[in-house]
Ligand binder design. Structure first.
Ligand code: AMP
Ligand code: GLY
Length: 423
């Protein structure tokens, strides 16, 4: 069966790499993809927001399955476009992707169904939002309602920071219409954890749990990024806490979406905070695979990813075989100097063969081929280097050894990925 994967990041490289292991997979197309994806898939020069062109391509090639990676096209209804043309597609429809596309929708849903999350208020009026903010203690969290490329959330430790964030969202409109509403919510203390699940209606099949490192510098310092590194499993978090998160948050949310007439089919990604007393609460839901969570989760999948996608599409996800290996995986992201602010592109990358020889998997995010066919940087997050091993320590050593052999000008990586799991 031929497959079309939509997206261009490390997540999509991991998805294509995992699909390519399926004996049922024929040609894998990826639109638009990147240089690394080009080694496992045929690249298609169509952008993720060109729905009609993508659908025409899928019809022309008679692909048996489409898999959508990124949030923006999902929120804009790409799945509905494929479904209207009877093309099998793995991903949530627009009305279900709304759980990521609107934080006010997500918070109201959780409140209505009594699903644990931070206490909050929502506002579409700046003066009222400001008055509320001034009545609350800090730290406090301010969130633009809509998608904001991962930058719409401010955890404010001072009143000044809080008021500046509110003003930039609601008055300066730095995120455009995404900021016409805001959520102001209680600050949650604790450890973060991501649980991604394959979901079809009320059927929830959780993947292995992972932890991301959002800030750009060691010690969780500096601005938030798309994610600087991940690891899985989480040896320092009890299975009972993961189980509680699945039973008290993820399954009830899938059920709530069905009850609201928005059945979710795809990957439901729960961002959770585990309080010091061990109780998990919801920070956010995403309607897709995480990046770079996928890079550590899929290498631990022992079952056939294509079979799982097809089961979800055919309504038999409850019967799908989904097994995880006991191996640990650690992903270290190599970023361009300057990221998440501005950064140069087109810089030559060296040392990938050495990284492969060190036994690591290298998933490409922002890479391209230069004029002479050489590999060059082409984005903020450039590569995700994944080490696998019996323990987190072993996987981590492997990832860092391989990361060290890769060079490009300005390369930046965190040196403390998975450190929390070692103590
Ligand atoms: P989000 O885009 O909603 O995942 O938020 C980005 C990051 O902000 C999260 O990964 C957390 O680190 C942090 N964050 C969001 N909401 C809260 C909260 N209520 N309390 C503490 N930290 C939060
Ligand atoms: N790594 C966080 C995300 O994909 O949203």
């Amino acid at each position: 069966m031929d497959i079309l994967v939509i997206g261009a990041g490390g997540r999509e490289h991991a998805i294509c790499w995992s699909l390519a292991k399926s004996p049922k997979a024929g040609t894998i197309y990826c639109a638009p993809g990147n240089a690394g994806i080009g080694e496992v898939a045929e690249l298609v020069p169509i952008q993720v927001n060109e729905f009609d062109k993508l659908a025409a391509f899928a019809v022309e090639k008679q692909v048996g399955l489409v898999v959508v990676g990124p949030d923006d096209p999902l929120a804009d209804g790409i799945v509905d476009v494929f479904e209207a043309k009877q093309i099998p597609v793995f991903g949530p429809r627009k009305n279900a992707a709304h759980i990521e596309g609107s934080k006010t929708f997500m918070k109201d849903l959780l409140k209505k169904y009594n699903i644990p999350t931070a206490a909050y208020e929502k506002f579409d009026n700046y003066e009222q939002a400001l008055a509320y903010l001034q009545s609350r203690p800090v730290p406090i969290v301010i969130k633009a309602d809509g998608l904001a490329a991962g930058k719409g959330v401010t955890v404010a430790y001072t009143r000044d920071e809080a008021e500046t964030a509110l003003k930039s969202i609601m008055i300066d409109k730095v995120f455009g219409d995404s900021g016409s509403q805001v959520v102001i919510e209680e600050f949650l203390e604790g450890q973060e954890m991501s649980i991604l699940s394959f979901v079809d209606g009320e059927t929830v099949r959780p993947m292995a749990a992972a932890q991301d490192h959002k800030q750009v510098y060691d010690g969780d310092k500096g601005p938030n990024t798309g994610g600087m590194g991940t690891y899985s499993p989480l040896p320092h978090i009890a299975d009972s806490i993961i189980e509680e998160a699945i039973e008290s948050i993820i399954k009830p949310t899938a059920k709530a979406m069905v009850a609201e007439g928005r059945p979710f089919r795809g990957v439901l990604f729960a961002g959770l905070m585990i309080a010091p007393d061990g109780k998990p609460k919801t920070i956010e839901f995403n309607a897709r695979f995480g990046d770079p969570e996928t890079q550590v989760v899929l290498p631990r999948l022992k079952s056939d990813l294509l079979d799982i996608f097809l089961a979800a599409v055919n309504g038999t996800l409850d019967q799908a075989e989904i097994e995880w290996s006991d191996e640990a995986a650690v992903c270290v992201v190599l970023a361009s100097g300057g990221y998440p602010a501005s950064y140069p592109k087109g810089l030559p990358i060296r040392g990938l063969d050495e990284a492969g020889a060190a036994g690591a998997l290298v998933f490409h995010a922002g890479t391209a081929r230069g004029k002479g066919g050489e590999l060059v940087t082409n984005g903020g997050r450039v590569l995700g280097v994944v080490g696998l091993g019996k323990t987190i320590a072993e996987a981590r050593d492997k990832a860092y050894e391989a990361a060290g052999s890769i060079a490009f000008e300005g390369k930046h990586q965190r040196t403390d990925i998975a450190a929390k799991a070692l103590v």
